[in-house]
Design a protein around this ligand. Structure first.
Ligand SMILES: [Fe+2]
Ligand SMILES: [Fe+2]
Length: 376
């Protein structure tokens, strides 16, 4: 498709590349933002989605020859674009009465949507930048395809938010949000995990609502199955990138992998427990949800990581709960300006995290072939 044709694209769901997606009608509408939503998306705390930048030249230098066969198959599948046109409202989009929604649920659900939208867009910005700066055909192709998907995902969440009178100004975020530098291997660990845990979260919610549709209080959850298949594919790509260089998953890096696994799981646990009303409305117990998502993510990550976390260890759940309580107290102390309480809560949070990190991990023999299919 050429640019002239694409100038008429109404919706990011129908775009073939990231530039056209970001230029589509629904994105132009999103510029009319709500200050409070953009302010939430601008937050940079340990728990909120961040924007990343990396050493693009180093990433561009990756040679995918060692994984060529699997690589070509993955790229061909992404190019075939089974989800083109999917991420927009259709007749299955039931009307949501936002005004009638319980105010607490509305607050937690919009917080969920804003942070999901920010996370999707964060991926889009990182992948698009790699595509822009790269010269390596394989790398550029992959990052273009992933940026396309994330632009569609973020655009769709913004559509849902707009019905509630909220929109995140994504252009503003690109320019003004702080970027955190991570060297490529850390980008691999963090992004691989966020794609795979994103898959596990969405498929767990989707399957639960398939069985218990009475809890589906918003239509967006109907889209989660195809959605998480996109994320699954992105995760596959990062698994292959890590496989091109055995050093990334051996030696001292094994400690970093454990650190990232622990940080990503702990962040999810704490974040989800901040939204009790949202989970209750979905009929989901956040402890059950956490355990189910960690189990799936651990199982999947055995494709590339030489260890998994022992989430059945007696200290695991206790330490997560302690971390959550410390975090609640910390937020409270920050609000009240109570310095000593703040120091105390921070120390407790650090101790709880250390307790998680020192649980012995489970060794894993990584298989020769990486490729997995979404199986949940
Ligand atoms: Fe996404
Ligand atoms: Fe993704």
């Amino acid at each position: 498709m050429n640019r002239v044709e694409d100038a008429t694209i109404e919706h990011s769901a129908d775009a073939s590349n990231v530039e056209d997606a970001l230029d589509a009608g629904n994105y132009r509408q999103a510029v009319l933002d709500t200050e409070s939503a953009t302010a939430v998306a601008m937050q940079n705390t340990l728990l909120t989605p961040r924007f990343y930048t990396t050493d693009y030249d180093k990433l561009d230098a990756i040679d995918v020859t060692p994984v060529r066969e699997e690589w070509d198959r993955l790229i061909a599948r992404m190019q075939s674009d089974p989800n083109k046109g999917h991420f927009k409202k259709n007749s299955g989009w039931d009307k949501t009465d936002w005004d009638a929604m319980d105010p607490e649920l509305r607050a937690e659900f919009t917080d969920f949507l804003i942070s999901s939208c920010t996370a999707e867009f964060s991926g889009c910005v990182l992948y698009k930048e790699m595509k822009r700066r790269g010269k390596n055909k394989d790398i550029v192709e992959l990052f273009q395809l992933m940026a396309r998907d994330e632009a569609r995902h973020a655009g769709f969440i913004n559509d849902a938010l707009r019905e509630a009178g909220i929109a995140v100004n994504l252009g503003f975020l690109t320019e003004k949000k702080k970027y955190t530098y991570f060297q490529p291997k850390f980008i691999f660990y963090a992004t691989y995990l966020s794609e795979k845990i994103g898959y596990a979260r969405y498929i767990t919610i989707f399957r639960h609502l398939q069985k218990n549709p009475e809890y589906r209080f918003h239509p967006i959850f109907k889209w989660f199955e195809e959605w998480c298949n996109d994320e699954f594919g992105h995760g596959e790509a990062f698994a292959l990138l890590m496989k091109t260089d055995p050093k990334v998953t051996s030696g001292l890096n094994v400690f970093w992998i454990k650190f990232f696994l622990t940080a990503v799981y702990a962040t999810m646990y704490v974040r989800d427990h901040q939204r009790p009303v949202f989970h209750k409305a979905l009929g989901i117990d956040p402890d059950w949800f956490g355990h189910s998502v960690f189990t799936k993510t651990s199982e999947i990550s055995r494709q590339v990581f030489p260890l998994t976390l022992d989430i059945e260890h007696p200290r695991w759940l206790k330490s997560l709960q302690a971390l959550h309580r410390a975090n609640v107290d910390l937020a409270e102390a920050k609000k009240n300006g109570a310095l000593f309480k703040r120091i105390g809560a921070s120390a407790r949070a650090a101790l709880a995290f250390a307790s998680l990190l020192t649980i012995p991990s489970i060794k894993n023999e990584v298989p020769a072939k990486t490729r997995l299919e979404p199986a949940y």
